[in-house]
Design a protein around this ligand. Structure first.
Ligand code: FAD
Length: 318
């Protein structure tokens, strides 16, 4: 079922969902299941599965020579989506990237989705490759997520890249896109970024999932500004419970977000990472309760491989 239909059918009740990251190549799926199992008590209508960009690796070739190869360390997004869908009978949402894919490869991936019964997709540009400063459009690929959204939307109406196919079997996709309550790092202003977000909705996006944030006011302002410029699709907040002291540096660096002063000082007081985990849980519970009062369609959690903290948060707020 489409995410937007799940939201409609919930009749104003907030739903629970989460995002998982595929394991590293060579690691089985068992650990992933162990983390998903406990969260099924909240009846998530859908689970997102990320896609990682390809990266360069350097192989020793003897005589001090190194050979540069390109590889994807966490492939298998679609396989995992299908496995989860079959095991838990929930919808899965693969993240599809512009970076690293030609338009043709994207088309074939979408065709695979149709056969697998996957009709929700989050369409993203992707970040720059590791070691590169700026995002480079792949040869034959898309430059912006809005272009990818258009391709996905078109395919649902039978408009393939090089042909138009009239068929009852063409199913349309429900398309999610990313939104940034603290602005995307490359956007020159918040207003500019919101206009670009609007472009994604005009190209066919059906809902928005936000980058993680730790200060709800930023989310409330973001929703208000989005509505003011006519973005009327559901906006789903993304929540990440802080879990280690290292997150104080890592989260702002990787996700380009700020952390509130009182959260930082609470984390700094902690003696161990398990104390930090408790602080993160407490913070997220308060965040979630306030978001529920505000009225949100879905609370979407970034699990990053561990679910014990999300389980505790879910039990407090649902
Ligand atoms: P875009 O919407 O294309 O925006 C990128 C930048 O270009 C922005 O600054 C925007 O303002 C600007 N822009 C957009 N359109 C135009 C235009 N037409 N003209 C000029 N400027 C424009 N990354 C992964 O690698 N894998 C994942 O699975 C993944 N999942 C994510 C899930 C969520 C919910 C979020 C919030 C992010 C996720 N990311 C993921 C990270 C994402 O790929 C990066 O944040 C990336 O830098 C931007 O992606 P986007 O889709 O928002 O890009």
């Amino acid at each position: 079922m489409k995410i937007t239909d799940h939201i409609k059918n919930a009749n104003g009740k907030t739903l629970f969902s989460f995002e998982i990251v595929p394991p590293q190549k060579g690691v089985g799926i068992a650990d992933l299941y162990k983390n998903i199992d406990p969260l099924m008590e909240f009846n998530p209508p859908f689970i997102d599965v990320t896609t990682s960009r390809e990266e360069y690796i350097f192989l020793e070739r003897g005589n001090g020579l190194m050979e540069r190869k390109i590889t994807r360390m966490r492939p298998g997004t679609l396989g995992i989506c299908s496995a989860i869908q079959n095991k838990y009978n929930v919808d899965t949402v693969p993240h599809v990237l512009c970076g690293g894919f030609t338009k043709e490869e994207t088309e074939y991936l979408l065709v695979d989705c149709m056969y697998l019964g996957i009709n929700n997709i989050v369409a993203l540009r992707g970040d720059a490759m590791k070691g590169e400063k700026y995002f480079e459009q792949s040869k034959g690929g898309h430059k912006y997520a809005s272009d990818l959204v258009k391709q996905i939307h078109d395919l649902g109406t039978g408009k393939y890249l090089h042909e138009e196919i009239v068929s009852d079997d063409n199913s349309s996709f429900c398309i999610g896109v990313a939104g940034y309550p603290e602005k995307h790092i490359e956007a020159p202003s918040m207003n500019y970024d919101l206009q670009m977000l609007k472009k994604k909705v005009e190209a066919g996006a059906d809902y928005i999932v936000t980058q993680m944030f730790f200060d709800n006011q930023k989310f409330f302002d973001f929703v208000k500004q989005a509505r003011e410029i006519g973005i009327d699709v559901p906006i789903i907040p993304g929540i990440k419970p802080i879990a280690t002291k290292g997150h104080l540096q890592m989260l702002p660096q990787v996700f380009k977000i700020d952390l509130p002063e009182n959260l930082i000082s609470e984390v700094l007081k902690c003696k161990t990472n398990s104390d930090v985990r408790e602080v993160g849980i407490e913070w997220a519970i308060n965040q979630c309760k306030e978001l529920l009062d505000f009225g949100i369609p879905v609370l979407h959690f970034y699990s990053m491989g561990k679910s014990d903290n999300i389980l505790k948060i879910g039990r407090e707020v649902f």
